[in-house]
Design a binder for this molecule. Structure first.
Ligand code: A3P
Length: 336
């Protein structure tokens, strides 16, 4: 059945053949996927329940939206921005809450599953879009949705920080994510995963189109484009730019504190991603993979793909990059 969305897009379930194949390779993905056209965006079926609400969402002038394709540095950026705005002296007790509690994930498709996985959790938390509408003060949002699925005046209304990352490290990180998340539960090897990536069949892709939608708006004053690699190489340079972009007017000392508080080691030690206790974490994350290869905060490095991808897998990603990114003028360090 085709669903017409207010954004002008249509959403269609995948074909029976595709769904069966995907369910075999990703048995945790029981909610199914839809393909949204134009664009071929792959989204979880529960997105359809909130698509129009997100399109109509009333952003405030003071809001900041962190927009990314998954695994490009979303959580790191959310944590930096939230602390710059709400905790520049790193002394706020509110900072103890997990980052996605303080910085809501607008299109979170998981909350229904959370309620099932975590009996006793407050069902009101399952309605992220209502929760955030009532949130006071400057709101720092996360979304994996691409610009065309959000309100068309988004950049004129509010500030957006778009975060990109080189596709090979993103691929390694996404593969890990697809294996630790029980709601995805990828069963195949890296060859198969690279096939899914380069066939643009992974959630929130096509990756290159997601990046393009951000990049082509880079001159808009409402947008700051940030790259994982640059943030890693020189966090102070990026935080200084973000300070100007957000008008936070932080001192050097405050910026230094924020950078320290949001370092990979500190965030990994806190391990506070979604607000959930250890028992919930065990339910939603494959503990075997977590023990062997790390949890959500895996390595946080640039260039780890070199330890993980075979020359043939790299060539496949290179060809896909060439086909999709030629002429864009983006030079990801270590990307090709
Ligand atoms: P790796 O899997 O390569 O370690 P997202 O938040 O978009 O899902 O991205 C997750 C990636 O960002 C993971 O990459 C994670 O480890 C990394 N990350 C999270 N916090 C980080 C930090 N403070 N510094 C560097 N990388 C970080």
């Amino acid at each position: 059945m085709t669903t017409q969305l207010k954004s002008g897009h249509t959403a269609e379930p995948l074909s029976d053949e595709e769904s069966a194949r995907i369910l075999k390779d990703f048995p945790g993905q029981v909610d199914g996927l839809v393909r949204v056209q134009p664009g071929g965006w792959i989204l979880p079926t529960p997105y359809l329940e909130i698509a129009d609400k997100i399109y109509d969402f009333k952003f405030h002038e003071s809001d900041v939206v962190v927009m990314t394709h998954p695994k490009c540095g979303t959580t790191w950026t959310q944590e930096i921005l939230w602390n710059m705005v709400h905790n520049p002296n790193i002394d706020s007790p509110a900072a103890e809450e997990a980052v996605n509690g303080r910085s809501p994930y607008l299109d979170n498709p998981m909350l229904k599953q959370f309620a099932e996985l975590c009996p006793g959790a407050n069902p009101a938390d399952g309605i992220e879009i209502q929760r955030v509408a009532a949130m006071p003060g400057i709101r720092i949002f996360k979304t994996h949705l691409t610009f065309p699925l959000l309100p068309p005046d988004l950049l004129d209304t509010t500030k957006v920080v778009y975060v990109g990352r080189n596709p090979k490290d993103m691929c390694i990180s996404y593969n890990h994510h697809y294996r630790i998340s029980r709601t995805l539960d990828f069963q195949g090897d890296m060859d198969l995963f690279v096939d899914y990536l380069t066939n643009d069949e992974l959630l929130y892709g096509p990756y290159w189109d997601h990046i393009k939608e951000g990049w082509k708006r880079r001159d808009h004053p409402g947008l700051y484009v940030l790259f994982f690699e640059n943030l890693k190489a020189d966090p102070m340079a990026e935080v200084r730019e973000l300070d100007k972009f957000l008008d936070t007017d932080l001192t050097e000392e405050q910026m230094t504190k924020v950078i320290e508080h949001t370092s990979f080691d500190k965030m990994k030690a806190r391990d506070a991603f979604f607000p959930m206790n250890e028992e919930m974490k065990k339910k939603i994350m494959n503990q075997e993979v977590v023990q062997k290869e790390g949890g959500f905060f895996r390595k946080g490095q640039v260039g780890d793909f070199k330890n993980k991808l075979t020359p043939a897998q790299e060539s496949k990603i290179d060809a896909w990059t060439k086909m999709n990114a030629e002429g864009m003028g983006i030079e990801f360090k270590y990307s090709i």
